[in-house]
Write a protein that binds this ligand. Sequence first.
Ligand SMILES: Nc1ncnc2c1ncn2[C@@H]1O[C@H](COP(=O)(O)OP(=O)(O)OP(=O)(O)O)[C@@H](O)[C@H]1O
Length: 294
Amino acid sequence: MSKLTISQLSKTYPNGVKALDNINLEIDNGMFGLLGPNGAGKSSLMRTLATLQEADTGSAQLDGIDILNQPDELRKVLGYLPQEFGVYPRITAEQLLDHMAILKGISKKSERKEMVKYLLDKVNLYDKRSKAIKGFSGGMKQRVGIAQALIGDPKLIIVDEPTAGLDPSERNRFYNLLADVGEKVVVILSTHIVDDVRELCTNMAIMNLGEIVFKGAPQAAIEDLSGKVYQKIVQREELDNYAKEYSIISNKMVGGKPLIHIFSDSNPGDGFEQVQPNLEDVFFSKINTSNILV
Ligand SMILES: Nc1ncnc2c1ncn2[C@@H]1O[C@H](COP(=O)(O)OP(=O)(O)OP(=O)(O)O)[C@@H](O)[C@H]1O
């Protein structure tokens, strides 16, 4: 069992943007989803935990390791799949993993060979081991990314926006792989895609403007909203009026017309129908109208 504890972590960039505003989180083994819109501060938090940038104040501990003060110790047990996983495109998957294993300090050739074979098998790319990565699909590249993040038996795995650009079947394969990995170690999945969290994570946090605006189990958050979400298809030109009168959680186009979800303690009438809330409602309610919700 591993545990990651983040306490009072803050970071303001030189341009004045407060990307991390007093972050407090406790994360156990398993898949943890960090959900937030673009610019929320997710990558800043992930890069800080991956020891790629420093925080101004606060601390982060993984088991006995003080992440901010012992970056070398943390790196030995860290697997990181960054948002942009740049690879040398001409080399093969096998060469890349071997190279990364050397960087991780696995100096014995026979040990590396065995590990690379194991990882290629695990991400289902053993057959493609001798092909140049440049010919790989987005999903295959992400699987190479996960394989390299697993080198050296990490205790903490960080994946930053891993499913962007994957088609549905590639995304599914990637989910299965992550879920399999996530049983034994702390895996933090940072994403703005609600489905990623719904399908994979037992615990989550929602981040907005540098702050954690929700933490808990996705299912519990959905249940909290139960009976309080109503929907209606409206005319586009009426949207402003609805926005003034109701707490609109979300607005998406259905057949060319806006379908709005609103938050309301009691039945608003006016043609609205109650709907079963989903994680998207939770997400939007926390980032748009967190002030009106408990
Ligand atoms: N190096 C930097 N210097 C100045 N501002 C930065 C820097 N990196 C990020 N920011 C700003 O900090 C805020 C948080 O950015 P961050 O990349 O952490 O968010 P994010 O949630 O990961 O968003 P995205 O999904 O778009 O990557 C944004 O306002 C961003 O513009």
